[in-house]
Design a protein. Structure first.
Lengths: 112, 114
């Protein structure tokens, strides 16, 4: 079946280093891909999205890369800070009703 | 700021009880969603609604129903709570557009069924 998944369950990085969080998807009909961040005790919060007709999109300290050939999505965080510690979810949207399918999530832990 | 408010942060209910989880949003969004979040499984869509009195099943609707009588309120109902429905429940809302619009989430309700 169609699914969105993450390669690694946890990622530990040194403060100041760059982080790369990866995600695989299988639904080639998805037209948007989104990254969410969930801090402890809170609901997921939007970080950045990318349309399926784009390869790269940059935000503040974050970059999302989309490789449709291998159905791979990544989130790059520059100069990772302690406040970046959270669970990160990738999600894909298919169809016109904004229904999102989420991956399983990966925990990012930032070492001081 | 968009606000999605879930009525309870924590709930403890007994097996067989009828449980209501309430969600209210203040941004006049047409779309509203209920997800459950379990470790290792991510967020799974239970039901969603794209208009008042409209609802559609998500990926795991069994054992749940929903109600959308007013645009700002979307209720999730567990007809007869079971222990396997112990989970974190998340409500979200978004505007309806052909492309993607950001979904805003509530803080979650952690439900324990004993």
């Amino acid at each position: 079946g169609e699914s969105v998944g993450l390669h690694l369950p946890t990622l530990s990085v040194q403060e100041g280093d760059n982080s790369i969080i990866n995600c695989a998807y299988s639904n080639s009909a998805s037209d948007y891909f989104i990254w969410y961040k969930q801090e402890s005790g809170k609901g997921p919060q939007f970080i950045i999205d990318i349309r399926s007709n784009m390869d790269k999109r940059q935000g503040q300290r974050v970059t999302v890369l989309l490789n449709k050939t291998v159905k791979h999505l990544s989130l790059q965080i520059a100069a990772t800070q302690p406040g970046d510690s959270a669970v990160y979810f990738c999600a894909e949207k298919t169809g016109a009703n904004s229904k999102l399918t989420f991956g399983k999530g990966i925990t990012l832990s930032v070492r001081p | 700021d968009v606000k999605v408010t879930q009525s309870s942060r924590y709930l403890v209910k007994r097996t067989g009880e009828k449980v209501f989880l309430e969600c209210v949003q203040d941004m006049d969004h047409e779309n509203m969603f209920w997800y459950r979040q379990d470790p290792g499984l991510g967020l799974r869509l239970i039901y969603f609604s794209y208009d008042v009195k409209m609802k559609e099943k998500g990926d795991i609707p069994e054992g749940y129903s929903v109600s959308r009588e007013k645009k700002e309120r979307f209720s999730l109902i567990l007809e007869s709570a079971s222990t396997n429905q112990t989970s974190m429940y998340l409500c979200a809302s978004s505007l309806p557009q052909g492309g993607y619009t950001e979904a805003f989430f509530g803080q979650g309700t952690r439900l324990t069924v004993v």
